[in-house]
Design a binder for this molecule. Sequence first.
Ligand code: FE
Length: 351
Amino acid sequence: MKNLVIALAAFSLLAACKNENEKKDNSAVQQSTNEQVVNVYTHRHYEPDQEIFNKFEEKTGIKVKVVNASADELIQKMKMEGKQSPADVLITVDAGRLSRAKELGLLQSIDSEILENTVPLHLQDVDNQWFGLTKRARIIAYAKDRVKPEELSTYEDLVNKKWKGKILVRSSSNIYNQSLMASIIANDGEEAAKKWAEGMVANMARSPKGSDRDQVKAVVAGEGDLAIVNSYYIGKMLNSPDPEEVKAANQIGLFFPNQNDRGTHINVSGAGVAKYAPNKENAILFIEYLISEDAQNIFTNANYEYPVLESVAPVQDIKNWGDFKEDNLGLNKLGEHNKKAVLIFDEAGWK
Ligand code: FE
């Protein structure tokens, strides 16, 4: 027993020495290089982002340290870490989640003339806690051989009886759908939104499952005629290494709803500075870089998103879809109506 105690004591002494040495080593590195960093918590699951981060490093000497996870996980992590959180920047792919982070007090208002003046007003938070980086439209993909675009008009018209058993859309637990619903609440009111959800459920080709891409594939497989999807997925499928995806994307047409009234629902991927950012200045520089021409070109070229920077043209594949009118609803509304949207989905039985 005594030996065990001695052994344990010796072991913990060794461990302590080791920790002490590591600490010394780390501080030596920090002192010698005076390394500048920005810690980025990101939900963007797209490879080209790394290219943008590398360019930022080259340009500024500020090292980009990335933590990649789902937005909910990142938000949870920031909550748990509290004041100790190393996060400087939070990036999500939906304004609804940025609003959620803001509501939880995880972001801070920042002063950046570049961001305030460059990002269109409706694509930035009213308190400057987050800014849109790229735009995506939630469009209708239709079977070219079975649907004429003239038959389509608005999101609201999707509840028309002529589409009974024809509509494919993913689950309501997905934030893209919650934000679309929030925009319908904001534009049409709660009662109309409820009726819309019920009408949609009645017209579904199947119980919601799978991703946006899966809805497109199901249209091509003949399970339904219309799919509600984010625009960039079509661009990605057209350029996919998987020939089946290319084939599928070529068999569908793209329709931008609500062109004769408010415009097509737009969402953003966006970024905000963390409340307890240890490197706040670097965080602002980093987000400013994400809306530079360099970064915006990479975003649109590689991920088929619409740039928020007006001077950058979208990549040819998405130019081919033509110009369209965007819903200019302030994206803060997507956060404001999120809870209501979830409730309406539940009541309507939209799984
Ligand atoms: Fe996505």
